[in-house]
Design a protein. Structure first.
Length: 318
């Protein structure tokens, strides 16, 4: 847009210059008496006027063609964006339908079992009610994730920036998740490389959501009897690099480039009972980019996956 505005201003400046010259010639030819203006000079001035008019007309044609091409390009881009938005909407509806249908069917089935008297014993009734409660929580989490994703991409979610010590922050995040992973027989390890305090400017809740999404995703695809998730933080002069490595099933190379796309789920995740909307990593990507960082993934099938992201360090201005 800025480039187009600059080109338009350039054309207007050229056009104004030609008009000024044309006006000068006309005034000169009108003011000067006939004794001074010889037939040759009068012919020269008339020819100059015609020449400038032709030049102006040619410039107008060139400029008009350029505008038309730009308009065609803008229309083509709008049509492409519209098609992409339509495809994304269809994928979103399909994803929501699929992800809500499964827990909803379970809730309906167990509720019907209670109504039909199948859960005759207190233990069985407790099992049915507990399952209904768990499935309801799953649906609430799905709806929350879809709502958050929609709002953060529309920039309706404000960021609350704070300056924190990086090691303390990440250490606390890992501690909060450790107990939950222990129940799944997964060890959560943590290492912060480098000495001294390192400050980062973050939204604590949103960055914690990134860590929860990535580690939660890792834990879903660990099939080893001794699962491991290793959070390793490195430093460069200007930024922190957080690596979250697991010993899960890994991701195929053709899927690796697309895992941060919204609603994208690999064939392995579709064929497994992992749940989720396929939005977790897309949300993580958006939050990291809003922190002026980058996020990427490396994986070896059968060995595990490493999700890494960078965050700029915060330096006090002297």
């Amino acid at each position: 847009m800025q480039k187009k505005t600059k080109q338009t201003k350039t054309f207007l400046i050229i056009a104004e210059s030609f008009l000024l010259v044309l006006v000068f010639i006309l005034l000169f030819s009108l003011i000067m008496p006939n004794e001074i203006l010889t037939p040759f000079m009068r012919t020269f001035f008339c020819g100059s006027i015609i020449f400038f008019l032709i030049i102006m007309f040619l410039l107008y044609i060139i400029w008009s063609n350029w505008i038309l091409k730009r308009m065609d390009q803008v229309i083509a881009n709008m049509e492409e964006e519209s098609k992409a938005s339509e495809v994304m909407t269809r994928e979103m509806i399909s994803s929501i339908t699929h992800d809500l249908k499964t827990p909803l069917a379970s809730v309906k089935g167990y509720a019907q079992g209670i109504l039909d008297g199948i859960a005759s014993s207190p233990d069985k009734l407790n099992k049915y009610v507990t399952t209904i409660h768990r499935k309801a929580d799953d649906m609430a989490s799905l709806i929350d994730e879809l709502s958050f994703f929609s709002n953060i991409y529309k920039k309706d979610v404000p960021y609350h920036w704070e300056i924190v010590d990086a090691n303390t922050y990440f250490s606390n995040c890992v501690s909060d998740l450790s107990l939950d992973l222990e129940t799944k027989k997964i060890s959560l390890l943590y290492n912060f490389q480098g000495a001294g305090k390192v400050k980062i400017r973050i939204d604590e809740e949103k960055l914690k959501r990134v860590i929860n999404n990535v580690i939660g995703n890792s834990s879903k695809y660990i099939q080893s009897k001794m699962g491991i998730v290793f959070v390793n933080i490195e430093q460069t002069d200007d930024e922190l690099i957080v690596h979250i490595q697991d010993n899960g099933i890994g991701i195929d190379k053709e899927d690796l480039e697309r895992i941060f796309e919204r609603f994208y789920r690999t064939d392995r995740s579709r064929n497994s009972d992992t749940g989720g909307t396929g939005l977790g990593l897309a949300i993580a990507k958006k939050i990291i980019e809003d922190h002026n960082g980058k996020i990427w993934a490396d994986s070896v099938v059968g060995e595990g996956t490493t999700i890494s992201f960078s965050l700029p360090k915060f330096f006090e201005q002297m």
